[in-house]
Design a protein around this ligand. Structure first.
Ligand code: SF4
Length: 400
């Protein structure tokens, strides 16, 4: 059994502290706030923390993704906070609009809103609509404030505007939001990180970052610029998951003690410029697995890093970076290749079939009409050799 030197516990010890047994105990105590408080205060090893850039606040390196929490009360939150994971990442649009209400249900029962760093997000990019969403989030969260609020899914630098700066400043002065940032999934992440570096009121950026990103010089230069400017960087999509995932998954070779989920998180945490990684943990098992990886301070061995590199290469043709300004321009139809690939990833890799279909259904009709489009030029345009045509066919089958 591997011994966790930093904390003097074995992984079995750690697993014995949480998991199904703890979940059952907490579920059994749902009506008893004092029992939750007791559970949360038990002395346990704590996940390391880092400063989130110019916010100056310390956050755990592992963050609870709001997309995998229960829509009502979620006992995984109580389990996570016992290990110091007290940052929850919600959004107005997650779980069909229920992620914030689920958190409110937790706080109402546990009576501990002040112990948590809560983020939420608006996918409305117009300043007025953004502000309205902030107020809706506060109502859903039943809270007077949100610690950090993101403009979600930013895909165009024009939305980081003077008007938005005024809105953000007003919301901060009124105490509604404490910090502001934006999240981005798309292929213009390099441009957006440089923009954040030049924009003093952008305090944090959430962006796609994982073991596939290391060799990307432009991305690394943009991360350096943002980090040096004090932008708090949070990695998402850390699993580097692939559309058409089922076959790709088999290519990961376990060379050391870590599972693939753990190895890819440790690869992200090895980059000190990144404050934290957000992870959607939809079971006690995943929560335990990720906490165990965070508590163990040892780095990946060279053999483990090489195995990840081999996995990255073997699965590259399945992994889409969302840079559809490249492949989309080659197609004579108004399709959304990056978004469609992401929804396919949610479906295939995350197992979030309902959500993937819901998101796909929100695309304009023309973007959903994939069968009439010839994607062969997109295949040729993709620098990573992604089989766009094949994956769009699959998307139409499973998402439509
Ligand atoms: S298919 Fe290729 S070019 Fe198109 S968005 Fe994905 S990675 Fe970028």
């Amino acid at each position: 059994m591997a011994k966790n030197e930093a904390n003097g516990i074995t992984r079995r010890d750690l697993f014995g502290l949480g998991g199904a047994a703890a979940g059952a105990a907490l579920v059994g105590g749902l009506g008893l706030p004092s029992r939750l408080a007791e559970a949360e205060e038990a002395p346990l090893p704590q996940v390391p923390r880092r400063t989130l850039g110019k916010t100056g606040k310390s956050v755990p390196i592992l963050l609870l993704g709001g997309m995998a929490l229960e829509k009502k009360f979620d006992p995984k939150i109580a389990e996570a906070v016992r290990f110091g994971v007290n940052y929850v990442d919600a959004a107005d649009c997650y779980l069909g609009g229920s992620s914030e209400a689920g958190l409110a249900a937790y706080f109402a029962r546990a009576k501990n809103r002040d112990k948590f760093w809560v983020t939420s997000k608006s996918d409305k990019h117009d300043p007025k609509a953004f502000e309205q969403t902030v107020f809706r989030s506060l109502e859903q969260l039943q809270s007077d404030y949100v610690d950090l609020y993101y403009l979600h899914g930013l895909d165009d630098a024009k939305y980081v505007s003077d008007d938005l700066a005024v809105t953000v400043s007003r919301l901060k002065k009124a105490g509604k939001i404490r910090h502001f940032g934006f999240s981005c999934h798309g292929g213009n992440v390099v441009e957006l990180l440089h923009l954040a570096a030049k924009t003093p009121w952008v305090e944090s950026v959430m962006f796609r970052y994982n073991f596939r990103s290391y060799g990307d010089k432009e991305l690394n230069a943009a991360i350096d610029a943002a980090h040096k400017a004090g932008v708090g960087l949070i990695a998402m999509k850390t699993q580097g998951a692939e559309a058409g995932f089922r076959d790709a998954w088999q290519k990961f070779e376990k060379t050391g003690k870590w599972t693939k989920h753990q190895a890819v998180l440790k690869a992200v945490w090895a980059d000190e410029r990144i404050s934290a990684a957000v992870s959607n943990m939809d079971s006690f098992e995943k929560l335990r697995e990720n906490i165990a990886a965070a508590l163990d301070r040892t780095s990946l061995t060279s053999a483990e890093k090489e195995a990840l590199d081999r996995y990255a290469m073997a699965t590259r043709p399945y992994a889409c970076d969302g840079c559809d300004h490249l492949c989309g321009a080659a197609v004579a139809a108004n399709v959304k290749i990056g978004d469609t690939m992401r929804y396919l990833m949610y479906h295939d890799a995350y197992g979030e079939k309902g959500r993937a279909r819901e998101l796909f259904a929100k695309l304009p009709a023309e973007a959903r009409n994939l069968s009439s489009v010839d994607f062969s030029a997109a295949n040729r345009a993709c620098p990573h050799g992604v089989d766009v045509a094949g994956l769009m066919r699959r998307a139409e089958t499973v998402l439509a």
